[in-house]
Design a protein around this ligand. Structure first.
Ligand SMILES: *Cc1c(COP(=O)(O)O)cnc(C)c1O
Length: 355
């Protein structure tokens, strides 16, 4: 079945307020400026100085020995799984995890892995839930190789794991001999919101990555970090997957710029998300999850609305939101300001009144 995203509907007016995802940001003029000036070389030969600088900086930021530049966060997840696991292995992850819901079954298609979905509130699972899911080693059971968690948990509501619970999960996994992988698509959102350094959040996790194309506002790129031997093995998969690049320093320059200029300001996104959530929660019948970071999930069924209808109604006003996991999702980011939040709230109120 062909998939036509609502965002691309040619009959709808241009999108003026884009809350669909924090991936919707465009590189700023200043970011484009540093991209244009970037020193570059052949990335797959290790000869791109800007990529090398980014990897060194990201490894330090994440508290790991080494890091590698990847075209996308999905490739970070897939290459890490392929490095940690062998065909037939089992990965333990939350039932709403991106690796399970949103990567086209890459773990199964490319690795021959299965995922054991764990349950828990807000996209998180406890160390006790993990321990209860551990299998007695036997030749009947799949070998359990990897535990993967998201910080922040996307479909969970952009939620932030409490630091102690995340550490307890990593400890429980390591004690059972499993490798640990932290999907940090929005790790810097968690770091800014909690005031905990990214390296402290990732301590005890064997591999961790962060995405530059979410709230950090770069056009492409993610960095996967871990021990030196782990990253050496990841490189083999990066080559196999076609993720080894050439003059990628153009993009790495944007990522370095984002680390310098777009981290602290994530707090502004979080404040706008809280404002949006507070306004939405006053609409009769709306059920709004209080945001930890920049994602606002809400349920409109109680107001006699269906999520796709509300989204289509907003789209006709040039406002773009999405549905995820049965709820409406709005993401705040670099290209969203307070006036846009006010206009979005006014428009949603009007649509809800008419329902
Ligand atoms: C966006 C996202 C990814 C994938 O990142 P891409 O750069 O879009 O490939 C993985 N995990 C989570 C939690 C995400 O939100």
């Amino acid at each position: 079945m062909a998939y036509t995203p609502l965002a691309a509907d040619p009959a709808a007016p241009p999108v003026r307020i884009n809350l669909l995802s924090d991936t919707q940001t465009r590189p700023t003029p200043a970011m484009r400026e540093v991209m244009a000036r970037a020193e570059v070389g052949d990335e797959q030969l290790g000869m791109d100085p800007t990529v090398n600088a980014l990897c060194a900086r990201a490894a330090a930021l994440l508290g790991k020995e080494a890091a590698v530049f990847m075209p996308s966060g999905t490739m970070c997840n897939v290459a890490a799984e392929l490095t940690h696991c062998r065909p037939g292995d089992e990965i333990l992850a939350h039932e709403t995890a991106h690796i399970l819901t949103s990567e086209g079954g890459a773990h199964a298609a490319l690795g021959g892995f299965q995922i054991l979905p764990l349950t828990g509130e807000r996209g998180q699972f406890s160390a006790a839930t993990l321990e209860a899911a551990l299998r007695e080693p036997s030749r009947y059971a799949p070998r359990q190789a990897l535990v993967s968690a998201e910080q922040t948990a996307n479909i969970g509501g952009g939620t932030m794991w409490p630091r102690a619970e995340l550490a307890a999960v990593a400890r429980a996994a390591s004690a059972a001999g499993l490798a640990t992988h932290l999907d940090g698509a929005r790790l810097m959102n968690a770091s800014v919101a909690s005031g905990v350094a990214a390296s402290d959040i990732a301590a005890g996790w064997d591999s961790v990555w962060l995405d530059f194309t979410k709230g950090l506002g770069a056009p492409l790129g993610a960095v996967l970090a871990g021990s030196r031997p782990f990253i050496d093995e990841v490189w083999r998969w990066k080559q196999r997957l076609g993720g080894a690049m050439r003059q990628a320093g153009l993009c790495a320059a944007a990522c370095l710029y984002a680390l310098d200029h777009h981290v602290e300001r994530l707090a502004d996104d979080h404040a706008l998300a809280r404002k949006l959530a507070a306004g939405l929660s006053q609409i009769p019948g709306f059920e709004v999850q209080t945001p930890d970071t920049n994602l606002v999930f809400f349920d409109v069924a109680g107001a006699g609305l269906m999520a796709p209808h509300l989204i289509a109604g907003l789209r006709r006003h040039g406002i773009l939101l999405g549905a995820l996991g049965g709820r409406v999702r709005a993401c705040t980011h670099l290209d969203i300001d307070e006036a846009m939040i006010d206009e979005t709230l006014d428009t949603i109120r009007a649509l809800a009144r008419r329902a």
